[in-house]
Design a binder for this molecule. Sequence first.
Ligand SMILES: [Mg+2]
Length: 329
Amino acid sequence: MLNKILGGLYGQALGDAWAMPAMLRPEHTWERYGGWITEFFPGPSDHPVHHSLHAGQITDDTEQAFSLAKEFIKDGKVTPEGAARGVIAWYDMIDGDNTPYVGPSTRKAVSAIKSGKPLEETGKNGDTNGAAMRVSPVGLIHPGDLEGAVRDAHLSCIPTHNTDVAISGACAVAGAIAIAMVDGSTIDEIIEAGMKAADMGRKFGYTWIGASVSRRIEMAVEIARSEMRDREKLQELYDVIGTTLAIPDSVGAAFGILAMADGDPKQCAIYAAQASGDADTVAAMACAIAGAWKGVGAFDQEIIDTLLSANPDYDFYGVAEGLLKLVEV
Ligand SMILES: [Mg+2]
């Protein structure tokens, strides 16, 4: 179990850091790197938000996932209050007021939380992918338990992303991870779990505008399994599904990439980086699912060494052990 939890955490970080230097459009990423991104690169100087990051460095996705996980571990459970504390601790740690990569929903919610608004209100306008990108620890503590993953993913969304569409996306990722944690689960079962969890999660939160996450996952997986060549599939994911901050886009694309890579964490990272757009978030979600499925043994030692040395403040093993204690046996 610890092996799979650690795989999920390393997957989250691998996708995030690997795809962080991708450009906004697939053709620009291809031109910039002369083909597939096959190693960790620093954020390019002309990147709108990742220009100051060094090779292997994680971004807000993984930073928040860890910050929230630590609060859940402290509390012994997932609560909206713990999620709020995690988001605020992260925001203050990175000096969010002066940091370009804070997402739009999270920035609004942080300001509302700090002004003392009740948590039921602070995430009312959160309709982008900021809750899904950080939700992996919630899936990791619910092996085989789709209902539990959905319930806790919903709670983790409340302070910042309390809308039906955002909760649906977060539940899709958490639900897929919960089933990926089961020994012997198949990639099709994981995708199906993501779609089911998306529909379950869509019943929560304030009503907002958003396409069906489960239908987008279905479409993305169809593209992934079509007869096109890999780069054409990724272009199709970019053009038809989208790799934007919108939840049905980026979560759908993440499942498409998971299917394309057949659940291999590094291949997910390579594909998601080439799919560009909000690549670090798409990759973080796809690779967290893949990492939980395959376990830590699927990662090259070189990748783990880079993630550890590039992110010295992040205790992967310690957080994995803490999460293991939250797994209801
Ligand atoms: Mg990010």
